[in-house]
Design a protein around this ligand. Structure first.
Ligand SMILES: Cc1cc2nc3c(=O)[nH]c(=O)nc-3n(C[C@H](O)[C@H](O)[C@H](O)COP(=O)(O)O)c2cc1C
Length: 393
């Protein structure tokens, strides 16, 4: 037992160092040469503001987020295990690692004997055309999770604005302790700066508190709203005035029927709850264990997604999140039954490392990787990704 802990500690320490090295590598002569060669091959950025690079975004993100986030070379939940609040997974961190490992285990069949060169990357959800099947996840707690280096408004602008610039949608979170006034200000930003083009995820508050916020979202013209039902874990120790609770089918139906806004249930991890959500009339579910942050020892999202998709695909929109880091991860989740994916931690790093532009850079990098992976697996459209691209044993 002690030996296991010692090995784990060693690995953490290695990763701590590796994170620095990983980012520092860009400055080594060998890689610097490569970076210069790559720059020489790409057209010069327009005069004026220098073009933001991924290395720079990650460097600044690490400066601002350390030690909340170490910006590890692989964001896999090892170094930050147990760090909630913070960036980690809860308890042993196993649920976060399960997300990462379950995706990593899946390999892709490479197929290049075809004439498919330009895959269709666009999707339409809730009436909105998106340039790729990827949205930001809902991430909140600029102070208690992220260390307070960005103001709430600055952060939400980076996420919503960065996603808009990448022609997709950003999601805004709801702080469990946020008074209604704070939520109002968030909705003002959504309305005035983004014409409502965003999605809001509410905590599973008491019904009447949710309904007050629904009216504000309607006024802001939000595209859709959801509830991270998995935050109900705090029900037993909620502070006065901060009720969060699991919901019954009747309560779920009440929320669905209270508005014309499409309702998203986030935090679905079993087939029966996916079916119950569909029965309640939700428009979408997010297959998610909250990035491994609410319950220890839940399976990885990639493990549970196929069984859920087998029952509710086509009845509700299937969103999925958890350790999506690259375009290949998106492709895998689409092949397993997701319609779109959400990205959490990488975009928090984008926002801290480069603001709105940093978020766009991250999303565009994923889009590029997804497009290349689709060509190399012979997938014509993100709207129909066959499971046969997965090299399943
Ligand atoms: C720092 C942090 C804060 C988060 N805050 C919220 C939140 O307020 N509401 C919510 O629904 N999910 C929240 N999440 C979970 C994300 O929406 C998403 O499910 C998860 O981050 C996906 O995993 P990934 O970060 O590995 O991509 C948070 C995640 C992180 C890392």
């Amino acid at each position: 037992m002690e030996k296991t802990i010692a090995v784990e500690q060693e690995r953490r320490d290695f990763l701590k160092g590796a994170a620095v090295v990983g980012i520092g590598l860009a400055a080594t002569p060998l890689l610097k040469g490569r970076a210069e060669a790559a720059t020489a091959a790409t057209p010069a950025p327009p005069a004026g503001k220098p073009k933001l690079t991924m290395a720079e975004v990650l460097r600044v993100a690490r400066e601002k987020l350390y030690p909340r986030c170490r910006v590890c070379p692989e964001c896999n939940g090892v170094a930050c295990a147990g760090e909630v609040p913070g960036f980690g997974g809860i308890g042993s961190g196993q649920s976060f690692r399960n997300n990462y490992e379950s995706l990593k285990r899946i390999q892709l069949n490479m197929r290049v004997l075809h004439d498919m060169k330009k895959p269709v990357m666009t999707v339409n959800i809730f009436g909105e055309d998106l340039a790729l099947p990827v949205l930001s996840a809902a991430t909140g707690g600029v102070t208690y999770n992220m260390g307070g280096k960005m103001q709430e408004e600055e952060y939400i602008n980076a996420i919503l604005g960065g996603c808009r610039d990448a022609k997709t949608l950003g999601l805004a979170a709801d702080g469990i302790g946020d008074p209604l006034e704070t939520f109002k200000r968030r909705m003002d930003v959504l309305k005035s700066a983004y014409n409502g083009k965003g999605i809001v995820i509410l905590k599973p508050r008491a019904q009447e508190e949710i309904l007050k916020r629904v009216r504000l979202m309607e006024e802001a013209g939000a595209v859709a709203f959801g509830m991270d039902i998995d935050s109900a874990g705090r029900a037993a120790r909620a502070l006065p005035g901060q009720t969060v609770e699991p919901k019954t089918l009747a309560q779920l139906k009440e929320l669905v029927n209270a508005t014309k806004l499409p309702f998203i249930l986030k935090g679905v991890m079993t087939v029966d709850e996916a079916e119950t959500a569909a029965q309640a009339g939700v428009k979408a579910i997010v297959v998610s264990n909250h990035g491994g942050r609410v319950l220890d020892y839940t399976p990885g999202v990639a493990e549970i997604l196929p069984a859920i998709a087998a029952k509710v695909k086509g009845k509700v929109l299937i969103m999925a999140d958890g350790a999506v880091r690259r375009g290949c991860d998106v492709l895998k989740l689409l092949a397993l039954g997701a319609d779109v994916c959400l990205v959490g931690r990488p975009l928090i790093r984008g926002a801290h490392g480069g603001g709105r532009e940093g978020v766009t850079l991250m999303v565009n990098a994923i889009r590029q990787e997804l497009m290349d992976a689709m060509v190399l697996t012979g997938v014509a459209t993100v709207r129909d990704v066959p499971r046969s691209i997965l090299a399943e044993a």
